[in-house]
Write a protein that binds this ligand. Structure first.
Ligand code: NOJ
Length: 554
């Protein structure tokens, strides 16, 4: 096994995802700003953060909160200016924090100048920069594919007399990566940002860039008669050729990292994607988030799962990156409900649940990716009506749930449980109005509990989730075994305890996390000769775990 000296900087740090619209508003507009992120660099530094992934802040009509990019070379005015971005990059470096930009390269906004030109005619210079097809003879869409956000993945364009493909919302037309000019234009954008000194890139929706050679209808899997575009187009043969070209043009020769968002890549395929011969340094794959949520497109159907299912998924990703590549460990991001709700099947205090997950996150092998607020132990927000949601996907999913036969109340309940907006409510900084996030009404409501559940309050409480995160971060960054050690699962059949050991030379540490709200026992010999390094509920006795307790022995 490697020593820490063999690891790159991004393998030895904590990564943190910022959703800028909800982080901190410095101008009183109800949405966050880049200056707001700069203002909180001390907070992030204290959390051990060395890489900060910022979701898209380019100029955008914001149909999908920035994942519909109009101009990749400019900052959206709602976030500030390029000067604010340059300052954030520079001040971040002073704090030991490198900015990671989000590259949205599967699609653009319909308002991107490329698309405006492309849709104008069939013979303009950018005519085939997007995926255009004729209608079927009866005038209907070229295939019965359903977009990821619901409804047909094809939109009719009157101007051009053809349909265009959109894997996501209709305002997000898919680019045609087969065209070398498109690829070059995208690589130029990445190089522009790399030259600014960012620490890396998160690459959005990358498994959709290669389309199949022929476009055909698929068997309907829902009452709407449509077939998931994901099943038709994700992870097509040949995709890695595009990505090797991308890597050579952007990554090679630079001390940065690239992490791909790769829905549709299974754990056993990871070795082709990451590592020496792969295309990315790390890959976000979703086998573990699919355990409690099921298939994202038909999420309103009930899912049953056991802790052992979650453990199998996590273990498979660890196995796949054991000798090749590196794993980005995550439980939350801006597309998931809050993890304290998502990954538990029992009742119990949110703070205890957050500590259990935080323990796994921060002691596993790989680079931990925290999502803003995870370190505070939020639950999902309180939603009373579908009108309170902002998210384009949630609204589409609500409609889809009803076509599946759910009542209004059932469809709302599914959104309350699963909506991405649960992760997007404003950061709660203190007990002042709007949780210190903004002096204006925030774009999404803050949680009802913000007066007591906020950064300032948690900083004053040495038993808080935030304090636990800081304890574990210090433990991790101060002990090579957590960074470079091998990972082996323990108690793999246990349906209450998630357990693993990390080993490096003579060093051995053991993590035990009780995901049930009951006292459980385990074979005390697992921790024989070890002492307690950290206990989420205080002291501990070898061989047993209190309800929702996590322990690190070493
Ligand atoms: C994945 C992003 O994480 C999500 O927020 C976005 O809606 C889609 N890709 C489309 O860009």
């Amino acid at each position: 096994m490697a020593n820490t000296s063999d690891l790159a900087w991004w393998q030895k740090t904590i990564a943190y995802e910022v959703y800028p619209k909800s982080f901190l508003d410095t101008v009183g507009q109800g949405t966050g700003t880049l200056a707001g992120i700069t203002a909180k660099l001390d907070y992030l530094q204290k959390l051990g953060v060395g890489a900060m992934w910022i979701t898209p802040c380019y100029k955008s009509p914001m149909v999908d909160n920035g994942y519909d990019v109009q101009d990749y070379y400019n900052i959206d005015p709602s976030f500030g200016s390029m000067d604010n971005m340059n300052e954030l990059i520079a001040r971040g470096r002073e704090h030991g924090i490198r900015v990671v930009m989000d590259l949205v390269f599967n699609h653009t906004s319909e308002e991107c100048a490329w698309f405006v030109e492309s849709r104008a005619s069939k013979d303009n210079p950018k005519a085939d920069w997007y995926i255009w097809r004729d209608a079927k003879p009866d005038g209907s869409a070229p295939t019965n594919w359903r977009s990821i956000f619901g409804g047909s993945a094809w939109e009719w364009c009157e101007e051009r007399g053809q349909y265009y493909l959109h894997t996501f919302a209709k305002q997000q037309p898919d680019l045609n990566w087969e065209n070398p000019q498109v690829r070059q234009a995208l690589f130029d954008i990445a190089n522009y940002w790399a030259e600014k000194g960012v620490g890396g890139f998160r690459i959005d929706a990358i498994t959709y860039i290669k389309k199949p050679p022929t476009f055909e209808d698929g068997p309907a899997d829902g009452e709407d008669g449509l077939y998931p575009v994901h099943a038709a187009t994700a992870n097509q043969p040949g995709i890695l050729d595009f990505l090797h070209e991308f890597k050579a043009a952007v990554r090679d020769g630079r001390d940065i990292f690239m992490v791909g968002e790769a829905n549709g890549v299974a754990a056993d395929e990871l070795s082709q994607w990451v590592g020496e011969d792969g295309v990315f340094d790390m890959l976000f794959e979703f086998s573990h988030t699919h355990v409690p949520m099921g298939d994202a497109e038909i999420w309103c159907r009930p899912v049953t799962w056991e802790l052992t299912d979650l453990k199998r998924a996590l273990a498979a990703s660890q196995e796949a990156t054991r000798t090749n590549g590196w794993y980005p460990v995550f439980f939350e991001n801006h597309d998931q409900p809050r993890s304290t709700v998502n990954f538990f099947r029992c009742d119990g205090p949110l703070a205890s649940k957050a500590k259990v997950l935080g323990t796994v996150l921060l002691t596993t092998r790989g680079t931990p990716f925290l999502y803003q607020g995870e370190e505070l132990g939020y639950g999902n927000a309180t939603w009373k009506s579908i009108d309170e949601f902002d998210d384009v996907q949630t609204r589409a999913q609500y409609d889809f749930a009803k076509t599946e036969g759910l009542s209004d109340d059932e469809a709302l309940a599914a959104c309350v449980r699963f909506s991405r907006d649960n992760a997007r409510t404003p950061m709660q900084w203190d007990a002042t109005d709007n949780a210190g996030f903004s002096s204006a009404k925030p774009w999404l409501p803050v949680h009802d509990d913000y007066a007591t559940h906020n950064v300032a309050a948690l900083e004053a409480d040495e038993c808080s989730v935030l304090a636990w995160y800081r304890t574990l971060v210090n433990l991790r960054l101060g002990n090579d075994v957590f960074l470079a050690g091998d990972w082996h699962e323990l108690l793999s059949d246990d349906n209450n305890i998630l357990a693993f050991e990390r080993t490096l030379g003579d060093a051995r540490v053991v993590t035990l996390a009780n995901f049930s709200n009951e006292r459980v026992t385990y074979d005390a010999s697992l921790v024989e000769g070890l002492t307690l390094l950290a206990g989420s509920e205080g002291d501990a006795v070898a061989g047993e775990l209190r309800p929702l307790e996590a322990l690190v022995w070493g």
